[in-house]
Design a protein around this ligand. Structure first.
Ligand code: V47
Length: 373
């Protein structure tokens, strides 16, 4: 006699996918589309949670980190981004190396294990600035892990320095770079890139930087910016390209779905119907990513973009990581993000415990850190 769950999956036409998930079989492109189209969020969550618990049991990770957005001056001016500004804009800024040192020094009393560094594609900061920045951060905070420069920034720095991506990454590594954040991936579809960020490095270019970094032993993250003008097919194809690359290199640490924030973006002016993503959409993207990305160990619910309350719920829909303490992150804020930018580690721990999970403070590479008294 079919069990209650079997009946529910049959009713939602997901019976075959449920069997695949139970046996750990890889899902197809068609399966991914069916999952995205499934109206029953709880069934999606149920399936994603099976994978989440198989990979990470009850653990929910967080990190004590500091974000540093060194400059918002950007030549790409992507239509979904409210952070990037032209040099002439009265909102444009760039931090000098002494200012960066000051930002790091100001938080030396906190047990920060990672500095997350991202900025725009600056038209004229010299290559030496980036090397100096890395060295300065390590001088101010020896031993800290620097996760810096998206694949797009790395490709720009390689060009600026007249080196190959590999040579440039090696030089950045020698100056203090420890891993690469997941930004700049957006949606790999050439159609979406043409419509939203035509000046940006291509999707294939972004993946090539990741492959090169992984070949050097540098780990990196991956993201997808969803909830704007992309189709479900484009989302699934993006996830499958990441899965394919992970099969080749095994170098991705975590996947982070990024919820589009329309305020102050050009995309929202040309598409007035665009609104903030809904909670259902956010959870659905986390669940489908967990199910399709079978070779990724971790899925992050980025609380700055989806809010701490939904990020907490996401721990039952496939996510096993809440990112960290952050404090100041301007990319979401400029686009209308309303979540407080700082979260105490005690608050992250409370959210995780209330979700019935086991809080684990991690370093960037997901090594467990000893709990503090
Ligand atoms: O690449 C830009 C996205 C990214 C908007 O690696 C926007 O752990 C929403 O990648 N609405 C940068 N998103 C941030 C990023 C990130 C964040 C947290 C953790 C990690 C990680 C990476 O932010 C950009 C772009 O995809 N973005 N504008 C916007 N209006």
């Amino acid at each position: 006699m079919p069990t209650m769950m079997e009946k529910l999956f049959a009713k939602a036409d997901l019976a075959d996918i449920a069997v695949k998930v139970a046996s750990g079989e890889r899902l197809s492109r068609e399966d991914g589309l069916r999952l995205y189209r499934c109206p029953d969020l709880l069934l999606l969550g149920y399936l994603a949670n099976i994978v989440r618990e198989r990979k990470n049991a009850d653990k929910a990770f967080f990190i004590y980190n500091q974000h540093l957005n060194y400059s918002n001056i950007c030549t790409n001016l992507c239509k979904f981004c409210a952070f990037g500004k032209e040099r002439e804009s009265d909102q444009a800024y760039e931090m000098s190396i002494p200012q960066i040192r000051e930002k790091i020094r100001a938080r030396l009393a906190e047990p920060i294990s990672e500095i997350h560094v991202v900025g725009g594609i600056h038209p004229d900061l010299p290559y030496s600035y980036y090397l100096e920045m890395l060295r300065a951060i390590k001088e101010e905070r020896p031993g800290v892990h620097i996760q810096a420069f998206t694949g797009v920034e790395i490709a720009h720095l390689a060009e600026l320095s007249g080196q190959s991506v590999k040579e440039c990454l090696q030089e950045l590594q020698a100056a203090g770079l420890d891993s690469i954040p997941g930004g700049g991936a957006e949606v790999f579809s050439p159609r979406i890139r043409q419509l939203t960020c035509e000046k940006k490095l291509s999707g294939e270019g972004w993946l090539e930087v990741a492959r090169t970094a992984h070949g050097l032993g540098l780990r990196s993250n991956a993201t997808m910016l969803y909830g704007h003008i992309e189709t479900l097919e484009e989302r699934v194809d993006h996830l499958l390209m990441l899965r394919q690359t992970q099969d080749e290199t095994g170098g991705f640490l975590t996947f982070i779905p990024l919820a589009f924030h329309p305020r102050n973006t050009e995309l929202s002016t040309t598409n007035p119907g665009l609104s903030r993503t809904s909670g259902v959409e956010d959870l659905r993207n986390i669940a489908v990513a967990r199910l399709l990305l079978d070779n990724f160990d971790h899925i992050k619910a980025y609380w700055v973009m989806i809010g701490p309350k939904l990020a907490q719920v996401a721990l039952s829909f496939g996510a096993d990581d809440l990112d960290g303490t952050i404090k100041e992150e301007l990319i979401t804020k400029m686009a209308g993000g309303e979540a407080e930018q700082a979260m105490a580690d005690s608050e992250l721990i409370r959210l995780i415990k209330e979700a019935g999970r086991l809080p684990v403070e991690r370093d960037t590479l997901y090594e467990k850190l000893t709990p503090r008294a």
